[in-house]
Design a protein. Structure first.
Lengths: 321, 307, 319
């Protein structure tokens, strides 16, 4: 079923390589291929999950999309407009439409700034509101994330981790962006608080029709939030599809491994679950060489269905489904 | 409209009641609780004000004229409260005007070198890469050159100079300590997410450096400036002591202490140099004490309540 | 490791060049000829102009710079107009004095600073520690030359414990007699000059001792029954000495800068006093040579320390 909604952001063959210097003259001897050919399309209203372990390149991809990191090659399009170049982004006030929620609630809010100034920062950069209108808007945003106006003149250290993340969400929503890149927004929070923040994010999405690029390593959290998921490994996307495709018809061995490792609070089937995990792990080790090329990089993606792509060898597609 | 205004006012009041003081304010509150430090601060400010005001009543030209009658006048003799020097000039007058000169130059030097040092450290730390490397090389080089000797050379080359130009020249050589401190702190701040968040919010580079990062360094800057002030007093006075500071005829604490160079003076006519020396010691000790108290205040407010 | 050392040495070359250019530019502003000393700087402007023309001082600047550098490589620093002698000879005798004074100052720094630091760390929180901390605070706050003046007055003139001028007593005779006299003359200036630097070492050692006392390996040693004395000597001191020694090179800049004041106050015939006299007598050749020499020595000192620090593990509590 083709997605009728318009495309907000498209990334084509994105590569981000970090040079490694060595030798006497500090020449570039090699590259760390953080992102090595990633393409994705995010539609209006999507919650697009980008999953992978640390070092997979998912955070870097997120940073490129927000404009915090320059790409080495590849192209990026916002509503059809080429925004690969920094100047192009500046011209259209790109960050008004594409915002970010950061992972660490301790570090993502400036400890020397009051909440009012923190949330108002994007407003002051992109919209010229009168002082009263600005203040009302900030109070409004605080209300949306469940915080009272008494927070206005407080400092970040006066809030808990969960509250700080909510402030971060309020800041991201301030200019009513079309896309928010959420980089592991709940990974640093206690489990009980995670649900609360995620629910606020969902509520905001419905109310303002915002798309999310939800970056995480936790397939369990993603299941709750995302309708479209891409799995990243070693700088490339190894599988991408709808929630149903990924959770019910996983094809890549890495995806299967990730799914098997989702913790389950099912005491009675504990042993079966553990057995399954060990089997999947063994299968992964045995068949690794088929799924990765001679350099250790994942294979190119093959279209399996209209929504589902996987970086698997031809045999796997023909074999099982 | 009125209803929204009223709501806004009420909310504003609520918010203000719940506000907390900034870290600088916290530090000063902590500092105010330190009795000794407050006494030092008041004493120093009082002294500086006294010196500035009193020097306005002294005719410098007349005071610096030689007066044979007052040749090494003893202290507490009429007209010579602190005695007279070899030229019969009143030591008391010289100390007041000299203190004013030396202190003002030290203040000017501190302001200039601190400002430059902070900016240098901020830019060096924020931009990193080639800019930082180059700036560090410049820093290394400045640390190598013999500052005093070069200043003395410059002072001898320039046909004429006054207190202001002297301060400018001095500030070329004394910014390095501050910049190193600031750079180190900036480097650790730059990697924190709130800086990235500011960039993603569209804030310009200069605003990020001065409005986002610098406030996090504010306590550091205050402590460093205070301690630098104590050190900088020694710069102009040292130069004047050697004879190369302020132009001849302008009194300075250094020129007074230089009276100790003569072997006779140092014991027989002790009043020519001892008062100035004692004054410098007390002044520097007091300022350093305030600096140490500020640093203690910063450290104790560092650990705020975190959840 | 050799790569780092080589790279560090190579960086010295542009630093040297810039230093020489800076000195050159500065000295060009002085009247007469500060590079060879062949022209009396006190002549009238008319005479100066004439003399300078004859001696090729209106050649393009790069030519003059190059000539000067070539002369430097041959060890020729020009002639002092005041003394009508080669500058290198004049400096050489004074340099020895400054060298010895600086060396003794550095030794005093360690002799005073290290035991004080260890002592204070051992008795943390007690009266002894507080006294040492007060001492550190006082010597660091007060300007360097003021400490020297006061010390000279109290110990030199008032109490007459030490001589206050010169490097050696004119009555001293015999190798040993001269040696003792020299040392005797150096003790007061060296000790006073060392006071400022001792605070740094004292604080460093003090915190090192306190950190180590709370560390696991010392607690283990204590539990095993090793005496505290042994612990201090074998474990703590040894670990701290290496970085302290490595920092020695950096202190050269400070020592040289301080020599101006020390030698002035104590009338000690070294390079510092030579420089001050040269300025007063407008002996520009000597001035220029000394500025260059001081810069060069600082450069070498920082180079040695940088290399030493990169050789020993920089993780050993070196900030």
């Amino acid at each position: 079923m083709a997605n009728e909604k318009p495309v907000i952001l498209e990334v084509k063959n994105l590569k981000v390589h970090f040079p490694i210097r060595g030798g006497f003259w500090n020449r570039v001897v090699d590259n760390v291929k953080a992102v090595d050919g990633v393409s994705l399309k995010i539609h209006r209203g999507d919650t697009y999950g980008l999953i992978g372990e640390s070092g997979s390149g998912k955070s870097t991809t997120g940073k490129v999309i927000v404009g915090l990191q320059e790409s080495t090659s590849g192209k990026m399009f916002y509503q059809g407009l080429d925004v690969t170049d920094k100047k192009a982004r500046k011209k259209i006030n790109y960050n008004r439409e594409i915002q970010m929620i950061f992972q660490d609630p301790e570090l993502s809010l400036n400890p020397e700034k009051r909440i009012y100034d923190i949330i108002a920062e994007p407003l002051r950069n992109f919209e010229k509101l009168s002082k009263e209108k600005e203040k009302m808007r900030v109070i409004n945003l605080l209300d949306i994330v469940g915080l009272g106006p008494d927070s206005l003149y407080k400092y970040p250290h006066q809030f808990s981790g969960g509250q700080r993340q909510r402030i971060g969400v309020a800041r991201a929503v301030a200019t009513n962006p079309k896309l928010i890149v959420a980089d592991e927004p709940v990974s640093a929070l206690d489990l009980s608080v995670q649900a609360q923040v995620l629910n606020f994010m969902k509520k905001i999405q419905k109310e303002f029709n915002i798309s999310y690029l939800f970056i995480s390593h936790d397939l369990g959290v993603v299941q709750h939030m995302c309708n479209h998921i891409a799995i990243m490994n070693r700088g490339r996307i190894v599988e991408v599809g709808t929630k149903d495709d990924i959770y019910n018809h996983p094809l890549h061995i890495y995806t299967k491994r990730l799914l098997a490792s989702i913790p389950e609070a099912d005491v009675n089937n504990r042993e079966a679950h553990r057995q399954n995990r060990i089997e999947v792990e063994k299968f992964f080790e045995d068949n690794k060489k088929d799924y990765y090329d001679e350099n250790g990089a994942p294979l190119p993606l093959i279209q399996v269905s209209e929504t589902h792509l996987a970086a698997v060898p031809e045999s796997a597609v023909r074999g099982d489904d | 409209m009125n209803e929204t205004d009223a709501t806004l006012e009420r909310l504003e009041k609520e918010a203000k009641e719940n506000s907390a003081p900034s870290s600088l304010r916290l530090m000063f509150n902590e500092f105010k609780a330190d009795k000794m430090a407050m006494i030092s601060l008041i004493a120093i400010v009082a002294f500086i004000l006294y010196v500035i005001i009193a020097s306005m009543f002294i005719n410098v030209g007349k005071s610096m004229e030689t007066n044979i009658m007052g040749y090494f006048a003893r202290p507490l003799s009429p007209g010579y409260f602190l005695g007279g020097d070899a030229g019969g000039r009143s030591i008391a007058d010289q100390i007041i005007v000299g203190s004013r000169n030396s202190i003002l130059i030290a203040i000017g030097l501190t302001i200039l070198s601190s400002t430059f040092g902070v900016c240098y450290g901020l830019f060096s730390g924020y931009f990193g890469g080639i800019a930082d490397l180059t700036m560090q090389r410049v820093y290394d080089f400045m640390m190598i050159i013999p500052a005093f000797m070069i200043i003395i050379e410059i002072v001898n080359i320039i046909p004429s100079y006054n207190a202001i130009t002297l301060t400018l020249i001095l500030s070329l050589f004394y910014w390095m300590g501050t910049s190193r401190l600031i750079r180190a702190q900036t480097l650790s701040e730059v990697n924190k997410d709130y800086v990235s968040a500011s960039r993603a919010s569209g804030t310009g580079t200069l605003k990020i450096i001065f409005k986002q990062i610098m406030p996090n360094l504010s306590s550091l800057i205050v402590v460093d400036t205070t301690i630098s002030f104590a050190e900088n007093i020694g710069v102009e006075t040292g130069l004047s002591y050697l004879g190369f500071g302020l132009p001849n005829g302008t009194p300075s604490l250094g020129t007074l202490i230089a009276n100790a160079n003569d072997a006779d003076n140092i014991t027989t006519y002790w009043w020519t140099w001892l008062p100035a020396t004692i004054e410098i010691v007390l002044l520097c000790l007091a300022i350093s004490y305030i600096g140490a108290a500020l640093r203690r205040a910063t450290n104790s407010t560092q650990r705020r309540s975190e959840d | 490791m050799w790569k780092t050392i080589l790279r560090r040495v190579l960086i010295m070359i542009p630093e040297l060049i810039i230093l020489s250019v800076l000195v050159f530019i500065l000295s060009k502003q002085l009247p007469g000829d500060p590079f060879t000393g062949s022209i009396n700087p006190k002549s009238s402007p008319g005479q100066l102009h004439h003399l300078m023309q004859i001696n090729g001082l209106y050649d393009p600047w790069y030519q003059q710079y190059w000539n000067w550098v070539i002369h430097l490589f041959h060890g020729d620093l020009g002639n002092s107009y005041e003394y009508q002698e080669p500058v290198s000879a004049i400096i050489a005798s004074r340099a020895i004095n400054t060298f010895w004074l600086s060396l003794v100052t550095m030794i005093m720094t360690y002799v005073i600073g290290i035991p004080l630091g260890l002592y204070a760390g051992r008795h943390e929180g007690k009266l002894q520690d507080t006294l040492v901390r007060i001492y550190s605070y006082v010597t660091m706050s007060v300007p360097f030359f003021v400490v020297l003046v006061l010390g000279c007055w109290i110990f030199g003139y008032d109490l007459s414990w030490f001589p206050t001028t010169g490097s050696v007593s004119p009555q001293a005779s015999g190798f040993f007699g001269v040696f003792i006299s020299r040392v005797y003359h150096m003790i007061l200036p060296a000790t006073l000059g060392a006071l400022f630097a001792t605070s740094g070492i004292t604080q460093y050692l003090r915190s090192g001792v306190i950190d180590a006392r709370n560390s696991n390996y010392v607690k283990t040693a204590q539990a095993k029954g090793v005496s505290m004395d042994d612990i201090y000597q074998h474990h703590i001191l040894r670990n701290a000495l290496l970085p302290i020694a490595a920092f020695a090179g950096y202190s050269i800049t400070g020592l040289l800068g301080g020599s101006l004041f020390t030698e002035q106050i104590f009338s000690y015939p070294g390079m510092g006093l030579l420089f001050l006299n040269a300025v007063n007598f407008r002996d520009y050749t000597v001035m220029t040579a000394l500025v260059l020499l001081y810069g060069l020595l600082s450069l070498l000192g920082t180079l040695l320390s940088d290399i030493a620090l990169s050789v020993i593990d920089p993780r050993i509590r070196v900030e």
